[in-house]
Design a protein around this ligand. Structure first.
Ligand SMILES: [Zn+2]
Length: 287
């Protein structure tokens, strides 16, 4: 069956998203994470405003998140921080008020612009209004900011899921929002976007840095919050897997042979849209 066109895919997902509930979970000290929709998002209730984290993909879900925020506090959303440029994290931005401060790693804005300029790149439609929501403040690698009374350390360690990954660390609350750095691919290994210059080696370095932070709750781009021990076990497993792929590659095995040797399951459903860790690591090794 051919892959649905981006507008058809967006319509199908919007129907799905309209019936999927979102849940708002308090983390601690005015920090909330939102589970449901097409990706996790989050928000922090600051002195006189709300700092949002990621926007969801679809307007229907972004509106649900805004309603949920309004159910917690009457304060307006004045800032949003983006963990990376993937559509399920940024395409809901037009549901938010215009004129917000939009913070992202410096490679994220150009990737959003590229999605606007080149619809064929994407599996879903990019809303034209996204052009009004490009980052207004960019971070290179490590910046501590105080936004409306909330101290946040914004970190980019190395290209990992993408080269625009931004870690949001709240040092006083020991909480991290790490976006899809922590989201595994469908075979439970790191999800790496080579088209956005992600890297498995950079991912390993990034995970080591995440583990070194004084944090005990790590919120991922998808799924339940993680603990440091979860990160440690995922890192161990991924390092071992990468070493196996490297060993087989060095023995001149083809990608097909490596997948067979590692018992890589053939992706099904949505997983077919994304390369597996074996595929991305093999691609990296050939360059
Ligand atoms: Zn992503």
């Amino acid at each position: 069956m051919p892959r649905p066109s981006p507008p058809v895919m967006t319509k199908l997902l919007s129907v799905y998203a309209s019936v999927v509930p979102i849940t708002v979970q308090p983390v601690r000290d005015g920090i909330y994470y939102v589970n449901g929709g097409m990706a996790n998002s989050g928000f922090i209730v600051a002195d006189s405003s709300v700092i949002a984290i990621d926007s969801q993909m679809l307007a229907v879900t972004a509106h649900k998140v805004l309603e949920a925020i309004a159910g917690v506090t009457p304060k307006p959303v004045r800032t949003i921080i983006l963990t990376h440029s993937d559509p399920d994290h940024v395409n809901g931005l037009p549901a938010y008020p215009r004129g917000m401060e939009i913070i992202a790693q410096e490679h994220t804005g150009p990737q959003m612009q590229e999605a606007l300029d080149n619809p064929a790149l994407n599996k879903t439609s990019t809303p034209a209004e996204l052009k009004y929501y490009l980052p207004t403040k960019t971070v290179k690698d490590d910046e501590t900011v105080v936004i409306d009374g909330v101290t946040l350390r914004l970190l980019h360690i190395a290209p990992a899921h993408t080269d625009g990954d931004l870690i949001i660390y709240l040092p006083s609350q020991n909480v991290v929002f790490a976006g899809d750095i922590l989201t595994p691919d469908f075979s439970n290994y790191p999800g790496i976007h080579l088209d956005k210059h992600g890297s498995s080696l950079g991912w390993i370095k990034t995970m080591q840095a995440l583990i070194a932070l004084n944090a005990d709750i790590y919120i991922s781009g998808h799924g339940e919050p993680l603990k440091r021990a979860d990160l440690e076990s995922r890192l161990t497993v991924a390092i071992a897997r990468r070493a196996e792929i490297e060993r087989l590659f060095a023995a001149h095995k083809s990608l097909g042979e490596i997948k067979a040797a590692l018992n890589d399951p053939a992706p099904t459903g949505m997983a077919k849209m994304f390369p597996t860790f074996t595929e991305t690591t093999y691609q990296e090794l050939t360059h």
